[in-house]
Each structure stands twice: as C-alpha cells, then as structure tokens.
Design a protein around this ligand. Structure first.
Ligand code: ASP
Length: 292
C-alpha cells in the first residue's frame, strides 16, 4: 500500500475528468482504470472541441483522434489518426493489452477497434462541421494560444497500491493537415512514466514538444534529482532556448513523482492543472515563463 493518498492530476481545467479519476482511485481502482475513465469524460464531451467526439476537424473536414496510455511497468499503447471511435484512450489500452505492438495507425487502428467491439461512430458533430465551413472562408492555419485548440487532456494517477498510470487524448490541432500527428500519442513526448521516478504529460504545440521529447525529458530530469516543478520548468526553458518563436505558441507540462509531489509550468499564462487528493479537486494556476 502506498503511504501517499491517491492523487490524480490533469492538464487544463478538466474538473469533471479529474474528479472522476480521483474518486475511482479513492474507491480502490487501479491507476490505469482511473486515467482512462477521466479521459473518457472529455472524449464524450461534445462541448470540448479538442478531444474526442466533437473535436475540431482537419483541413479536409474530418476528425481524427490520437491517444496513448502508459503504466508503472512501462507497458504502453497508442493509436493515431482514428476516425471511427471516440474511445481512443480505451482503444490505446487494448493495443497495449491485446497486441504485441505499441502503436496502431489509421485504417489498422480503426479495424482493430471494430474487432475489439468498439461501436462505429461518426465523430464530426454539426457544430464542428459548421466551424469547419466558417474556417474554409479564410483557411489560414494559425494556432491560437490558450484557446480551445490547445486543450489535450493528459492525466497522471497514483493509486492506493502506489502504482502510477497516465493517459493522453486529443483531436490534435484544429485544421491540421490530414495525417498530422502531434506529441500526444507519442510515448515520451505527450506522456511518459517510469516506475523508479514518476510521470509527466504535455499539452500545447505538439511539434515543439516532440523535438525535445518533453515528457521523457521531465522524467529524466526528475531521475537526476530535480523536483517535478523544477523539471517542468527546465523542459519549458529548453524549448524557449531552442526556438526564438516561442512567443507564438503555448507549451504546458504536468508532472508527479511517487511521493506525490507534483509540478506544472507553461510558456504563456493561462494554463491550469487540476489536482485531486483527499477528496479535494483543486485548480492549480501554473506559473509561466512569460508573465503576460
Ligand atoms: N499537443 C496537441 C497536439 O499537438 C495539441 C494540444 O495540446 O492542444 O496535437
């Protein structure tokens, strides 16, 4: 049994998602069940235009989803470019548990979903279709900072047995190119967990997170003695040092070690992390590299 009460953290102000995960942990569920149930809240939330069903489309009017999961043993699974089910975290778990592989993409992932009993769904909602038609009038690709097109859900949970698991789920950047995949489903970029250290998850401009394998970097910095907070700060600063256009995009990280210490940091103000422990689901305002 862990001496630390169960803890769940997640990116952005996904209160219901984090509450769902936290309560499951308190009821003795394993961390992996908790993070997938939490991610599922947003995957099914039609008002969320950045995760799951209801997500914004790509430049061709299709919704394509990416997700990954990882546990304390280092087992992981991921799916990318999925357009026939919103339950992509659960599908990533199936890849982890039912196949010899880590990642399935596109048609292969979709066929696997059907084989695993997932219902074939239409992911483009009337609202997303309308937004796409509006976007087509001046089809410029310009990521917006802290607006809904940067709202990937990344969750980390530490359960009553002291095991950690994580999930990361997204519809990616709004109006991305067909086939574009960001950091979120990439193990080490959008999510990473190591049983000797802890875990980290990312949100924001996926291309920049991938260039520094952000979540893996944070876990390795923690292994070398940095606190989760210090590690998140260093990972953001590394991007800032390497890219003089850092003002044009947002990056945000969350991290947790096995003692239950957590951290979060971002480039632009406006990012929040949710933190659930001892029945309290709190919004933590992340410190940022830029002050306004
Ligand atoms: N990281 C995601 C991606 O690049 C986007 C986001 O977090 O909003 O696909």
């Amino acid at each position: 049994m862990s001496v630390v009460p169960p803890i769940s953290i997640c990116t952005w102000q996904f209160e219901q998602a984090n509450l769902t995960a936290g309560r499951l942990l308190e009821n003795g569920y394993p961390a992996l069940d908790a993070v997938i149930a939490g991610a599922s809240v947003e995957e099914q939330n039609l008002k969320n235009t950045t995760v799951g069903k209801g997500g914004d489309t790509d430049r061709e009017g299709n919704v394509s989803l990416d997700a990954c999961v990882m546990n304390h043993d280092g087992d992981c699974g991921a799916v990318v470019c999925v357009s026939n089910t919103s339950h992509v975290s659960a599908l990533a778990r199936k890849v982890m548990e039912e196949t010899p592989h880590v990642m399935l993409a596109g048609a292969g992932a979709e066929e696997f979903a059907i084989k695993m009993g997932f219902t074939d769904e239409q992911l483009v909602t009337p609202i997303a279709k309308k937004a796409y038609q509006k976007w087509l009038k001046s089809p410029e690709y310009k990521p917006i900072i802290n607006i809904e097109n940067h709202d990937t859900i990344g969750l980390l949970a530490l359960d009553q047995n002291g095991h950690m698991a994580g999930a990361c789920s997204t519809s990616g950047l709004s109006y991305k190119m067909k086939g574009r995949v960001g950091d979120s489903p990439i193990i080490g970029s959008g999510l990473f967990i190591d049983s000797e250290v802890g875990g980290a998850a990312a949100t924001g401009m996926g291309e920049e997170i991938m260039k520094t394998t952000g979540s893996f970097l944070i876990v390795e910095l923690m292994r070398n003695g940095l606190s989760p907070q210090e590690a998140c700060e260093e990972a953001v600063k590394r991007i800032v040092r390497k890219n003089d256009k850092f003002r044009d995009f947002q990056i945000a990280y969350i991290a947790m070690d096995f003692k239950g210490n957590t951290g979060t940091y971002c480039i632009h103000p406006g990012f929040n992390m949710m933190h659930y422990q001892n029945t309290k689901n709190e919004i933590i305002k992340a410190n940022s590299f830029l002050k306004n």
